[in-house]
Each structure stands twice: as structure tokens, then as C-alpha cells.
Design a protein around this ligand. Structure first.
Ligand code: HEM
Length: 425
């Protein structure tokens, strides 16, 4: 295995055609994710899936089409937080963020509109299935590293996967059957798209289940985890929170809700999102490693086929050789001309800050993920002031699961922002 903390070497690895594969974890294999985009071996099947997802889920036109849906979920998220604000002084935002993110993905992928606060049987079962799969994929499974342990399944990961798979299959198959039973293209969700494929693109039912389920997974946790980190930073750095609210006041005012068009006019909020991605990248080891499919040379060293490579993005984004005051939370670094970071992209072209990876296996959901996170954070800050609450510190300790999460869930006190003055309406 090779691990790098150097942006140049990282670029060589992530953009090399040799590192186009991923080592498959046992849990990913057992959960059939080797048939979905993230763990599919490099080749025609993987390329086909990326093309289909890029065209029907992730392209700018599709992101625009799903704008209204994200607005509906934002309203429900605010309502649920308001309800909690009325009932308790300390609100744990994680549950609400995960529910919102899951509702949003269920809508895009399955065309299912679960309310964020829903506790009906389907929603509860779905959350259980997602939580269990998320935990299994995040476990450091010793059999992935010590093959001689494989017969023993010491952590019980395999047996839990075997129990989970039929439940997931039943759940997703029922949704696919519902889609088949109605006139085609009713809602144009991703399930409709997969069902409409013909010829060489056509997927078998098990492959379709794997692809749909992966989207739910990847789209749900990353977005919720990143927003929780952003809110934690805003509770700690009240001055930054106030600046975002002042910007929202200038661009949106108090008489109407934020729209995604407003978000494109914001300057300070994107700098805050970048600074949080720098200090708390949800995929700090670029989540999923890369596997060499051919012999290659990296940084002057011979690397044989079969070698696993990891990029330690966490270390790169905290490197004092690269960043001024790397441990200081200072969004302004992306706005001061003198620091030369104003045009820095987080989309993978600059490996000093590449939270979505880079190269052909970089995150296909980065545009959608960033649009969702920025819009929801703007909507939340338009409605509430987030403060510390008695009895709970904002603890920035991390735990690395499938994503790098806050080890202690964030608790906040919420204050509604003042109603618009008649002059502003
Ligand atoms: C804020 C949000 C997100 C972050 C920080 C993030 C991060 C990442 C990272 C670091 C990778 C590995 C890239 C590499 O190896 O170079 C990745 C891959 C991937 N992400 Fe994301 N992601 C986010 C949102 C999403 C969303 C919303 C979706 C889908 C709905 C998604 C779907 C995927 C998929 C399918 C892959 C595998 C790509 C492949 O192997 O070809 N991600 N993501």
C-alpha cells in the first residue's frame, strides 16, 4: 500500500490511468456494491454506469430540474427544527439533517416523497436499512487486511451483510415493481431512467438494485455530515455566522425564502463551505482507496499492479507548507486577493484542496452535493440563529466511518431570526 500527503504525487495517482480501480472491501462485495459505480471494476460496465448517472442525475440541467424538490425538503427541515425548538432547549441537528438528506435522495432516486418528519412504517424501515449498511461499509474489517481471517468473520460483518441484503432487495424490488406497474416515465426519477434503458445499457434487476441503493447511500451521509460540520463551525465562530446572515440579508432580505438562484450570488457562504471542506473533508482519505490495474511509476518509484494507493487529503489540507495558519478557521483566506486562493476550485483540478477526489473516479455527485449543501445551509441560516446550548460543548473530535463525522453529535440552541420589518416587506 502507498499513502501520500503530497499534492503533486496525489495528482499523479488520482489522474493516472493505472489507478482506475478500487480495492473491494468484503462488506462492499457482500452488499453487491461491486456492481454499483463506486466499487465496480474499471471497464465498460463502470463507464456505462457513470455515463447514465452523469446524464440523468448529475448534469447541471438535472440539478436545476430537482431544485424545487430541494426547496420542499428545506421547508420541511425548517419546520421540523422549529418544532424541536418549541419542545426542547437543545436540538440535536444530526437526525434532522440525515432525514432531510435521505428524503431528498429517495425523491430523486425512487420518486418517493417521504416527509422529513415522517415516522411511518416505510420510513422507519428505510432508515434502519440505510443505517445498518452505512455502519457495515464503515467498519474497519480485519478480514480486508488479513485474508487468513476470512474463514472466521471475527467481527460478524459478513453475517450481518447476509442478513441485510435480502431486506434491501425486498425493499428496492417493491419500488421497482411499483414503477413497472404504472405508465412509464411518470415522474422521471432515476428508477424510471434505469428501467427505460435498452440494448447494451440495459441492467439486470440485481444490478439495478445495487446502483439505486448506492446512490441512496452516497448521497445521504456525505451531505448530512458536511452540513453538521458547517453548523458546528458557525456555532463556534459567531462572527462568521453573522457575516453569512448579513450577506443573506443583502441578497435575499427577510420577506421571502432563499432560492438556489440567490445562492449563486453569494460570495461569503461559498468561502465558508470551502473552509469547512478544508478542515473537515467528509472523505479525508478520499474515502475509497484506488487500486493499480497495471505496473506503473509514481514519484520515481516502481509500483506493481495490485498496489492500493491512498491520498491523505486531511493531512494535505492541514500542511503548513501549503496553507497559512492551517489550523485556523478563516474563510477569508479564499477571499483575500493577496493570498492567491480566490479562484481555487474544490472540484479536483487543484490537489491542495480536492475533497471530492480527482481524475476519472472522482465524485460524480460533487455538483449536486455542493448545490444541496449550500442551499440548505443558506436556508437554515436565513431562518435561525444557531447558538451553543448549556450542557453541550461543540466537540470537534472526529470519527472515521464511511465518512469522517463529528464523534459527538452537535447540539445547538435555536433562535428564530426576527420577522421582516414592514419596511423590508
Ligand atoms: C458533500 C458531498 C460529497 C463528498 C465530500 C463526496 C466525496 C467523494 C469522494 C472523496 C469520492 C472518491 C473520489 C476519488 O476516488 O477520487 C467520492 C466518490 C463517489 N461519490 Fe461522492 N461525495 C459527495 C456527494 C456525493 C453525492 C451527493 C453522490 C450521489 C448522489 C455521490 C456519489 C459518489 C459516487 C457514486 C462515487 C464513486 C465514483 C467512482 O468510483 O467512479 N457523492 N465521493
Amino acid at each position: 500500500m502507498i499513502v501520500t500527503c503530497n499534492p503533486e504525487v496525489a495528482k499523479d495517482i488520482l489522474n493516472s490511468s493505472a489507478f482506475a480501480d478500487r480495492p473491494v472491501k468484503e462488506s462492499a462485495y457482500s452488499l453487491m456494491f461491486n456492481r454499483a459505480i463506486g466499487f465496480a471494476p474499471y471497464g465498460v460496465y463502470w463507464r456505462t454506469l457513470r455515463r447514465i448517472a452523469a446524464t440523468h442525475l448529475f448534469c447541471p440541467k438535472q440539478i436545476k430540474v430537482s431544485e424545487g424538490q430541494r426547496a420542499v425538503v428545506a421547508v420541511q427541515m425548517v419546520e421540523m427544527l422549529r418544532d424541536q425548538q418549541n419542545r426542547t432547549r437543545s436540538v440535536c441537528v444530526r437526525d434532522v439533517l440525515k432525514r432531510a438528506s435521505l428524503s431528498n435522495m429517495m425523491w430523486s432516486v425512487f420518486g418517493k416523497k417521504y416527509r422529513v418528519d415522517s415516522n411511518d412504517h416505510d420510513s422507519v424501515e428505510l432508515r434502519k436499512l440505510v443505517d445498518e449498511g452505512y455502519e457495515l461499509l464503515g467498519v474497519l474489517n480485519w478480514t480486508d487486511h488479513l485474508p487468513w481471517l476470512a474463514d472466521f468473520d471475527p467481527q460478524g460483518v459478513r453475517s450481518r451483510c447476509y442478513k441485510l441484503v435480502p431486506k434491501v432487495n425486498r425493499f428496492v424490488k417493491r419500488i421497482i415493481d411499483e414503477h413497472r406497474a404504472r405508465p412509464s416515465q411518470v415522474s422521471g426519477d432515476f428508477t424510471d431512467v434505469l428501467l427505460s434503458l435498452e440494448g447494451p445499457d440495459k441492467l439486470s434487476e440485481p444490478d439495478m438494485i445495487a446502483v439505486l441503493w448506492e446512490m441512496i447511500f452516497r448521497g445521504t451521509d456525505t451531505v448530512a455530515v458536511l452540513i453538521e460540520w458547517i453548523l458546528a463551525r458557525l456555532v463556534l465562530h459567531v462572527d462568521v455566522q453573522v457575516k453569512i446572515q448579513e450577506e443573506l440579508h443583502r441578497v435575499v432580505g427577510r420577506s421571502r425564502a432563499v432560492t438556489e438562484a440567490d445562492v449563486t450570488s453569494l460570495v461569503y457562504l461559498p468561502a465558508v463551505v470551502k473552509e469547512v471542506l478544508r478542515l473537515h473533508p467528509p472523505g479525508p482519505l478520499l474515502s475509497w482507496a484506488r487500486l493499480a490495474i497495471t505496473d506503473t511509476v509514481i514519484d520515481g518509484h516502481q509500483v506493481p499492479a495490485g498496489t492500493t494507493a491512498m491520498v491523505n487529503m486531511w493531512a494535505i489540507t492541514r500542511d503548513p507548507e501549503i496553507w497559512n495558519d492551517p489550523l485556523v478557521f478563516r474563510p477569508e483566506r479564499f477571499l483575500n486577493e493577496s493570498e492567491g486562493l480566490m479562484d481555487m476550485s474544490v472540484m479536483g483540478s487543484d490537489l491542495r484542496l480536492a475533497p471530492f477526489g480527482s481524475g476519472r473516479r472522482s465524485c460524480p455527485g460533487k455538483g449536486l452535493g455542493l448545490a444541496t449543501v449550500s442551499f440548505w445551509v443558506a436556508s437554515l441560516l436565513h431562518e435561525f440563529e444557531f447558538g451553543r446550548c448549556d450542557g453541550y460543548d461543540v466537540d470537534l473530535s472526529e470519527v472515521l466511518k464511511l465518512s469522517c463525522e463529528m464523534a459527538t453529535p452537535l447540539h445547538v440552541s435555536l433562535r428564530s431570526r426576527p420577522d421582516p420589518s414592514p419596511l423590508e416587506v
